[in-house]
Design a protein around this ligand. Structure first.
Ligand SMILES: Cc1cc2nc3c(=O)[nH]c(=O)nc-3n(C[C@H](O)[C@H](O)[C@H](O)COP(=O)(O)OP(=O)(O)OC[C@H]3O[C@@H](n4cnc5c(N)ncnc54)[C@H](O)[C@@H]3O)c2cc1C
Length: 432
């Protein structure tokens, strides 16, 4: 799939392991050395040069931020902030999942200006407005990027269009004797003695085991169309999965360049509906070749948790581009594509306990994807990759075969007492 700009954070250990199967040096990823986060008043935060040691990284970020004054730090409700310092999975969900992220931040007395920058950026990256995102999910993010790891919020981006990462993996499978069928929706799955029957439009496949790695609407409708699969409780939990509001990705080919000092990526807070702007020729070789040849620019605008119809969001995104990068106001759009969907999982307050897990209720039946529960501090693409590895591991162990180690940031906060602290990066598979 290609949905435009994707950040591959350095903490995505399991996704990176997967990509190394066909790209051992991760040469298809390019570092974005820094990026600005800008708010409605034009105040800017950056991530370069922060100390790597938690919690100094978070403290230094807050202190050097123009939106976060030292007195704001003193006003923080330390007791309410404790769960942020002390994240552990799954306990944090038990403590915070009933709260929404907005309410949680209000209880912390987190300064509203800084909320837009640091936290709204996280919550909107989950495609949800802060009042519809579980506070636990937000706390795990904070742990993942600040207090649980030293890699911070810097990331790499693919220097090839996204299919350039997945196609080689498909070829790798084919070389091992696998068969990859694209554009072939599964209509239904039926349990059979010793396995499953998988109905495609033009053939029925027999399978010993299944990993259903669909997006939320796809999974819900496949299960609804497969009445004999799983147990009533499992089917109910899948039917209850919900999706976040729509997102819009708008990629524009402009007939003239953006200013030379525009960054590869800019994150926006409090500038709805805009969440970020990327300038593709800064990192994507195909876009760079086009920009070189034509003298134009390829820019991409993202709006998550869109509140309004597509046409209106689309127009307002362009207005934001013109405001922030005024040189684009005179540019003509010579090509464009848009992606408007509402299929990302919603991590609403109170939904963690019922979320389906990787192991299904029937032997050989697994789920994977970024909406599937795994009790590890991972999110988004890394959750998709980690649940996929875990599904494979469970199946392999059922056949008496060794699996693959999973690696995550520690599953407990660094600020917990040392005797409770787990430094483990490699997770014992059976307990994952
Ligand atoms: C605009 C945007 C920006 C994002 N940016 C980032 C980012 O910067 N960093 C990050 O980590 N994540 C980001 N994400 C999230 C990331 O894309 C997801 O976490 C990731 O794609 C989830 O992978 P998945 O395999 O679970 O699901 P998907 O990638 O959604 O794959 C599910 C697949 O199932 C297929 N399918 C559905 N139904 C059927 C069926 N019946 N039969 C066969 N196939 C079916 C779908 O066609 C789809 O290809 C972003 C997402 C969007 C939309």
């Amino acid at each position: 799939m290609s949905r435009g700009f994707h950040a591959f954070f350095r903490q995505y250990y399991n996704l990176r392991t997967l990509l190394r199967r066909t790209d051992p040096d991760l040469s298809r990823l390019t570092a974005v050395p820094d990026y600005p986060l800008i708010d409605a008043k034009g105040r800017t935060d950056t991530f370069r040069g922060l100390p790597r040691t938690p919690p100094l990284n978070a403290l230094a970020f807050a202190l050097r931020s123009p939106t976060f004054k030292p007195r704001d730090l003193l006003r923080l409700d330390a007791r309410a902030a404790l769960p942020l310092m002390n994240v552990s999975v799954p306990e944090t969900y038990r403590r915070l999942d009933h709260l929404d992220a907005e309410e949680f931040l209000a209880r912390l007395r987190f300064p509203p200006a800084a909320r837009h920058l640091a936290f709204e950026v996280f919550s909107r990256s989950f495609f949800a407005p802060p009042d519809r995102l579980s506070a636990a999910e937000l706390a795990v993010m904070f742990h993942l990027y600040f207090l649980g790891s030293s890699e911070g919020l810097l990331f790499d981006v693919p220097n090839v269009p996204l299919p350039g990462l997945w196609t080689p993996l498909g070829e790798h499978l084919a070389a091992l004797g696998g068969r990859v069928r694209l554009g072939a929706p599964v209509g239904a799955v039926r349990p059979e003695p010793g396995g499953f029957a998988v109905d495609l439009d033009d053939e029925t496949l027999r399978a010993d085991a299944l990993v259903l790695a669909l997006d939320v609407p796809g999974l819900r409708s496949l299960i609804a169309a497969s009445p004999a699969l799983g147990t009533p409780d499992w089917r109910r939990r899948i039917a209850a999965l919900s999706t976040a509001p729509p997102f819009l990705v708008r990629r524009l080919w402009l007939d003239r360049p953006v200013a030379a000092d525009r960054p590869a990526f800019l994150a926006a807070g409090g500038l709805a509906p805009l969440d970020n702007i990327s300038v593709l020729e800064r990192y994507d070789r195909e876009a760079a070749a086009w920009a070189d040849a034509t003298g134009g620019s390829v820019v991409e605008l993202h709006a998550y948790a869109a509140a309004g119809p597509q046409g209106e969001i689309s127009a307002r995104l362009l207005d934001r581009l013109h405001d922030l990068y005024p040189e684009t106001a005179a540019a003509s759009v010579v090509g464009e594509f848009s992606e408007w969907h509402a299929d990302c999982p919603l991590f609403a307050p109170g939904t963690f306990a019922d979320r389906p897990t990787v192991a299904g209720p029937t032997p050989g039946l697994m789920l994977a994807g970024d909406g599937i529960r795994i009790d590890l501090p991972v999110a988004l693409m890394e959750r998709a990759a980690t649940t996929g590895w875990h599904a494979a591991n469970l199946l392999l162990s059922g056949w008496g075969l060794a699996g693959h180690p999973l690696t995550t940031v520690p599953t407990r906060g660094r600020l917990t007492p040392p005797r409770l602290r787990r430094r483990a990066q490699t997770v014992p598979e059976r307990s994952a």
